[in-house]
Design a protein around this ligand. Sequence first.
Ligand SMILES: Nc1ncnc2c1ncn2[C@@H]1O[C@H](COP(=O)(O)OP(=O)(O)O)[C@@H](O)[C@H]1O
Ligand SMILES: [Mg+2]
Length: 291
Amino acid sequence: MKQLMRKIAPLSSTERTVEDTTRDAVLEVRGVSVRFGARDVLRNVNFVVREGEFMGFIGPNGAGKTTLLRVILGLLTPTSGSVHIDGLPARHGNSFVGYVPQKIQLEPDTPMRARDLVSLGLDGHRFGVPLPSKRRRLKVDAALAAVHAQSFADAPVGRLSGGEQQRLLIAQTLLTKPKLLLLDEPLSNLDIRSAHEVVNLVAEIAKEQHVAVMLVAHDMNPLLSVMDRIVYLADGKALMGPVDQVVQSSVLSQLYGYPVEVLRVKGRILVVSGPGTEASAPEEEPLSYVE
Ligand SMILES: Nc1ncnc2c1ncn2[C@@H]1O[C@H](COP(=O)(O)OP(=O)(O)O)[C@@H](O)[C@H]1O
Ligand SMILES: [Mg+2]
């Protein structure tokens, strides 16, 4: 019934910013701290991502975004705290978790068609896939359709653009039927148009397949129209909430421990810091969901 309601009445952008606690929590990050040597890279990070939710995970370079993904993927044990996925402790190789890494480096002469790359989602990571059965082919076709890649399904992957390769990797991941989809800076090597396409595609997947999505980016602007909520990471600390409440001069200045100005220009958000930047006085009560 809940699904039906959502289909009939798509939530407006304002309504979307309210956390829907009736949806199942897919990812729970509780009190996670990571220390490398004497340096606290993450300090007591807390947030939850729910079924079908698109979470933007934003922070400057070196903030610890990839480090947190490694904890979620079970590749790094946090110094303290815990991560649960679908109620179970994070562990490496969890098939509920789909992961698209930041760097895709396919050689131009990679001897593989787009559909072969996608089919690796069914076959594990073996190359030289035998002729697929009809059932397998249908699954691969469905995944190609989900990322709108039918038109280049039989093209050699190495010749495709970065954005097209990115979409194929997302399709490959979809075949593993993830409950949680983690994308590490998928937009950083794309032109504006491809970035827009990838963002919309991922948002569509989150809604239609009820996948919890966590998309990492250092610039939040390409995500403003699709993000349900934002996790903003700076100086090891994280804030979570609706974009409008987290991305404010007073809130971010507190997070950075440094004056930060938030400028809104023609629907885009610019976070500036440095000498000469005056943090505005806090305008609101501290956010209740800030942990
Ligand atoms: N295994 C490690 N040992 C020591 N320092 C690390 C390790 N991994 C990451 N770091 C440091 O932690 C900080 C955060 O890195 P990272 O998570 O990659 O940032 P981001 O993905 O936000 O750009 C960086 O200063 C990086 O050098
Ligand atoms: Mg990173």
